[in-house]
Design a protein around this ligand. Sequence first.
Ligand code: HEM
Length: 357
Amino acid sequence: MSLVFKKQKMTEIELYSFNGSNFQFVYSLATPKQKLQWALKLTHRLIQTLSILKPLIGKVQEMTRARFYSAEGLLPDWIYFLLTRNGRKHRKYIQTLHAFSMKVLRERKAQLEFAKTIDVVDVKDTSSTKARKRRPFLDLLLKTAREGADLSEADILSQVDNFMFAGHDTTSTAITWFLYCMATHPDEQERVYEEIQECFGNSDRSCALEDLHKLKYLECCMKESIRLHPSVANFRRQISEQVQLDDYTIPVGASISVQIYALHHNEELFADPLSFKPERFKVEQSIGRHPFAFIPFSAGPRNCIGQKYAVYEEKAILVALLRKFHFTIDARHRPIKETHGIIMKPANGMPLLITLR
Ligand code: HEM
């Protein structure tokens, strides 16, 4: 896709697939002064890689879902992966993905061994004057292994995969649905924009950590958006102790599914549950709400370990986008349907109209 963007000209882009070319389109809109670049530049390499991996990831997700809803879901893994046609195909896709991550891991390991040192990245902590040193996640794991921790290549790989796959689709889906909520609620978009303006004025300075803490209304809108469109609509747990739920006894070993989507749309917990009402997440309106009524990141000891990072990342990207662009949607595309796979994506993409502010 090649697009030329002019002020006042409206251009519809398919936001969800946000592949290399869409990225370049958005990227081309940023002037060097607009420090929006930092967020986009950082994601550029990631997006390039993901455009290769994405179809494969899509296939694995699709096959996992198909297995879940078919009789093959009842088969033990070894029978499914070795003896069924779907299972063998599924295994092949997973192996290709793992081979890719293993290649990255081995290349980095070789680089670090060659350099005989492990890089640390200078991260200017904008909340203080100190510049702190931080290590990329993969380097940290490699260093820990080199110092004698009991971490095999496979263990490291599984951690990296976990972060890559648990962290990418979830966040990009949350951002996509958020922009949809803004496009369908222009008054709310203006309120968020005003809050951003109050924080930054006409300056084009970069967004710092303390700015993110100030943007309270943006946060209410993010919560309301993920309440309505949770990236992860349900998750499963195996019961380790017998549970009594009214007249029902759930035995040890049973597999249960926690329906985040249903919970977030329960009118006993959220009045008028289908409406987008960010005020419900203001402190005064949240008092008395059950702590497990709103669980987009799950809850308890196995909740999302990337939650804090995800919220900062999402906020920083949204600030960068909303400072510069205005989002609308052509009424013909509404409502956007949801898919109920592992990640609750828009069923047929997210075509949004974008204008420069
Ligand atoms: C909007 C963004 C995100 C949402 C909505 C989200 C949601 C969730 C949910 C619901 C779970 C529980 C899943 C289950 O138990 O089956 C989970 C687990 C997890 N998430 Fe996230 N997540 C997000 C972003 C991230 C990011 C950015 C990372 C990493 C950088 C991450 C890493 C993980 C990991 C490693 C787990 C597994 C934790 C465990 O089992 O102990 N997530 N996430």
